[in-house]
Write a protein that binds this ligand. Structure first.
Ligand SMILES: Cc1cc2nc3c(=O)[nH]c(=O)nc-3n(C[C@H](O)[C@H](O)[C@H](O)COP(=O)(O)O)c2cc1C
Length: 157
């Protein structure tokens, strides 16, 4: 009898926040836990503008997100997309995008998510989500986001 072990999906959560222990950290931990419960191998990394992002290449799936401060995606993530090799390593990757902000969702869809999308070439966007600060602690909203990613990943593979 031959048994096969399905290879776990390697997921990376790449994020930024000006705060430590704030809403973003809470959200990242909950998303990571939920992905891991579904069988994924999960790592998280806080962005630095001029870091070397070659390591991203080894991941099957990248979740990219940050809060909005003064109308802009947090600067270490947006800066990394503009100045480092992050844009290059994300080319053709399966990604999920999220922002955390106080603005109403339609405004965030229009103003903030494009700030992430515009820097990625030919991405396979599995899911995108605007989280309000309140939702970063809401298990149902987080589970829905992770379920959407997992379902889309299955279809895209
Ligand atoms: C200094 C500051 C500026 C902010 N500017 C915006 C903004 O322009 N648009 C918006 O929708 N939310 C804005 N927010 C709300 C944050 O995006 C939101 O509170 C987020 O949860 C903060 O994440 P953090 O707890 O990880 O720092 C701002 C918050 C702060 C503290």
């Amino acid at each position: 009898m031959t048994s096969t072990i399905a290879k776990p999906v390697k997921a990376l959560i790449l994020y930024d926040s000006q705060s430590v222990g704030g809403s973003t950290d809470r959200l990242i931990d909950s998303i990571g836990k939920k992905l891991a419960e579904g069988g994924a191998y999960v790592e998280k990394a806080r962005c630095k503008i001029n870091a070397d992002y070659s390591f991203v290449d080894e991941f099957d799936l990248v979740l990219l997100g940050a809060p909005i401060y003064y109308l802009l995606v947090a600067s270490q993530l947006s800066g990394a997309l503009m100045q480092s090799n992050l844009k290059k390593v994300l080319k053709n990757k399966k990604v999920a995008l999220f922002v955390i902000c106080g603005s109403p969702e339609p405004m965030a869809q229009f103003l903030y998510l494009p700030q992430l999308k515009m820097h990625i070439e030919n991405p396979v966007i599995l899911a995108e989500k605007v989280f309000s600060p309140d939702q970063t602690g809401d298990p149902k909203t987080i589970a829905e986001f992770v379920d959407n990613i997992t379902a889309a990943y299955g279809k895209a593979s």
